[in-house]
Write a protein that binds this ligand. Structure first.
Ligand SMILES: *Cc1c(COP(=O)(O)O)cnc(C)c1O
Length: 388
């Protein structure tokens, strides 16, 4: 056993990006160096290589690199010509970018509530939110678990509206044997460093099975320009840097084994929490019987009155945790005009008050997981002791 003076061996981080990259250090730097020496910083061969790899992984015909997951969502809406007067149904319990993209193109955000077990869009609530002005639905595969794409796609087909999958947290995940990103009209991925496939900065990708949509997405991501200096539509400048793609090409080869480690860590938590007898105090996230959960986050529910105190207790023991997300989007100041009163999306509000995300990254050790579980046990024991 090694005891380095500078390493805090008791700290359980939420994520270990440096640790994940360390074994690939030389390989990533060699790939970056190759791009540097080629001078092809944009549209280099590594971008095409990564596009092919992501298309294959999701089971889509095409993948198109762009600058971020947020841009992927924006570009999908632009390519579908969604704008003023159009309604787009999104969850409120998600990252900001899912809804801000809708606002950015001038369309109307329509929030639908989530299923309390999966944390994903509740198809019945989506069905109820459809109007003649609905143009698209954006299901989010939150925490790495695929939304109920069977039902959502059926509702969308029946209503004649498009589906944009926000798969930013779910690369490699699937529903009923079909990869996320291949279910909807467009799939949106992010390579933000904390995602399951994280770059060395920002990056994103869009997937589609339609040749026409692929061409439009590429056009909109390149100033609507084709050929050079001929602008057919008003697009934006959103590209995946070749340097990012080169690093990601090295990393994507390890994604399956990292995902396997995340799944193993989730199974280990389930055993440890069950052995600890915490069933009455917290609710564990369930695995997905209809697909492959890739566990970007392992999110427990804690009674709202206890959640923040538990988080503080864990922090005192050098155990990191995070709240994704503390304020549902319909309660954000910038979306006040969307006009949702408190209580209108009851499950989203309850989730925001109860969720706590625990470390689940691939390099997490069983000792660290035991420390997390012990930390939660000791919180509830100390509460029971003080109540007795
Ligand atoms: C991270 C994330 C995004 C945005 O991706 P960026 O690459 O950071 O722009 C969008 N939606 C969800 C659900 C995300 O988690």
């Amino acid at each position: 056993m090694s005891h380095s003076h500078n390493v805090d061996t008791h700290h359980v981080p939420l994520l270990d990006i440096v640790g994940e990259n360390r074994p690939l250090h030389n390989e990533i730097l060699a790939a970056v160096r190759e791009v540097f020496e080629s001078g092809r910083f944009l549209y280099g061969p590594a971008v095409t290589e990564l596009e092919d790899a992501v298309a294959k992984l999701s089971g889509s015909k095409h993948a198109i690199g762009c600058a971020s997951g947020s841009d992927a969502l924006l570009l999908a809406l632009m390519a579908m010509e969604i704008g003023p007067g159009d309604e787009v149904i999104v969850p409120s319990f998600t990252f900001f970018a899912t809804a801000s993209a809708v606002e950015r193109v001038g369309a109307t955000i329509v929030f639908a509530d989530i299923d309390p077990v999966t944390f994903n869009l509740d198809p019945a609530k989506v069905q109820a939110a459809i109007t003649p002005n609905t143009k698209a639905i954006i299901p989010v595969h939150l925490y790495g678990r695929a939304a109920d794409m069977t039902e959502l796609q059926r509702i969308a087909n029946e209503a004649g509206v498009q589906v944009i999958e926000d798969a930013a947290q779910a690369i490699g995940s699937s529903h009923r044997g079909c990869g996320v990103g291949a279910w909807g009209d467009v799939g949106c991925f992010s390579f933000y460093p904390t995602k399951n496939l994280g770059g060395c900065g920002d990056g994103g990708m869009m997937t589609t099975c339609s040749d026409e949509m692929a061409e439009r997405l590429r056009l909109f991501a390149a100033h609507g320009m084709n050929p050079r200096y001929v602008h057919r539509v008003v697009g934006i400048n959103s590209r995946l840097d070749t340097i990012q793609a080169a690093a990601l090409c090295v990393k994507i080869k390890h994604l399956a084994s990292w995902t396997e480690s995340r799944r193993q860590n989730a199974a280990t938590y389930r055993e440890l929490f069950t052995d600890a007898g915490l069933a009455n105090d917290i609710t564990l996230p369930s695995d997905d019987a209809d697909g492959t959960h890739v566990w970007n986050q392992f999110t427990i529910r804690v009674p709202a009155a206890r959640r923040d105190a538990l988080r503080t207790h864990l922090a005192e023991q050098r155990i990191s945790s995070e709240i994704y997300y503390p304020i549902p989007l319909h309660q954000q100041e910038c979306f006040r005009h969307v006009n949702y009163i408190p209580g209108s999306l009851i499950e989203s509000e309850r989730a925001a008050a109860e969720v706590l995300c625990l470390p689940i990254f691939p390099e997490l050790t069983i000792e660290q997981q035991q420390r997390v579980v012990n930390g939660i046990v000791s919180y509830f024991e100390s509460r029971k002791a003080s109540a007795a």
